[in-house]
Design a protein around this ligand. Structure first.
Ligand code: UDP
Length: 267
């Protein structure tokens, strides 16, 4: 953040917007970063956690109780995708802008400029990827110190010993920020289940962000992001995994918008 920019007020208790059966914090990117910085500066006893819903999460949330629980207890819920912001305007529950997890992490790192080192732990992505992300982070952001990274084996979440090990690894490094890239809904459910034992100030559930930081995967070009076409870029780069998912999202999400639009208002 440059010195000329006006200070951004940290998170005031702005009422959450209720959309598609869950609540979203109507924060801008600057406000979200300011909120994270103020949590990192605090001597908190528990780990706060942040989720970043997109259309796919909104659809998944309709039937996934674990994800619903995680969303209910999340300290910050930030709209990752353009379609959520557009729908929020249509439904008069206005969100100021999208705050994608994959932008939030670099913007948080930018905010370390001139401040004390921000200690970060990277959890997730394929073996070796988090290490490459760590080395890129060290080059790009001297104010960020990657204190550890770990790629858990497939199915780790069902193994109590492995979970304990992960929590020990994190506790050993005492990070300010835990970046969790395990995909949805695994990352949200894991952080929710273990939030009382995670020895970090804030955990960010941010999907493929570690892959992006490692240059393992490419983000969509800026113009596609601006037009709300990031999903198309992702689908074309991983068609086998994503075509079915996005087809379901494209069918269900408009129904969620219409259902809320025509729902009788309470009171
Ligand atoms: N991932 C992981 N462990 C798992 C499942 C996924 O580390 O058990 C990682 C995977 O390597 C990738 C990220 O989680 O880095 C998936 O992110 P993405 O946002 O693509 O997932 P989505 O939520 O879209 O499925």
């Amino acid at each position: 953040m440059s010195l000329c920019e006006p200070p951004v007020s940290p998170f005031r208790p702005i009422p959450r917007r209720r959309l598609f059966g869950f609540e979203i914090d109507p924060l801008s990117m600057k406000q979200a970063v300011a909120q994270l910085r103020s949590w990192v500066a605090e001597d908190s006893v528990r780990c706060r956690f942040v989720v970043t819903p997109n259309v796919d999460h909104a659809v998944l949330l309709q039937e996934h109780e674990g994800l619903q629980g995680a969303y209910r207890d999340a300290d910050l819920v930030l709209a990752d995708g353009h379609p959520l912001v557009w729908a929020s305007r249509l439904l008069r529950q206005k969100l100021p802008e999208r705050v994608p997890g994959s932008d939030l992490v670099p913007r948080l790192f930018d905010s370390t400029n001139g401040l004390g080192p921000l200690k970060v732990y990277l959890l997730g992505a394929a073996p070796g990827v988090a290490e490459r992300a760590a080395s890129n982070i060290q080059k790009l952001w001297p104010g960020v110190k990657v204190v550890g990274c770990y790629s858990p084996p497939l199915g780790f979440e069902k193994l109590p010993e492995e979970n304990e090990q992960i929590l020990w690894r994190i506790a050993d490094c005492r990070p300010d920020v835990l970046v969790v890239g395990l995909g949805a809904p695994k990352q949200e459910c894991w952080v929710h289940a273990h939030r009382d034992q995670i020895a970090a100030k804030v955990a960010l559930c941010v999907g493929a962000t570690i892959d992006f930081l490692a240059n393992e995967r490419r983000r969509a070009p800026r113009w596609m992001q601006h037009c709300g076409l990031e999903w198309l870029h992702r689908m074309l780069s991983e068609p086998r995994r994503l075509v079915k998912r996005y087809a379901k999202d494209a069918w269900v999400f408009p129904q969620l918008v219409l259902r809320q639009m025509f729902a009788p208002r309470a009171g």
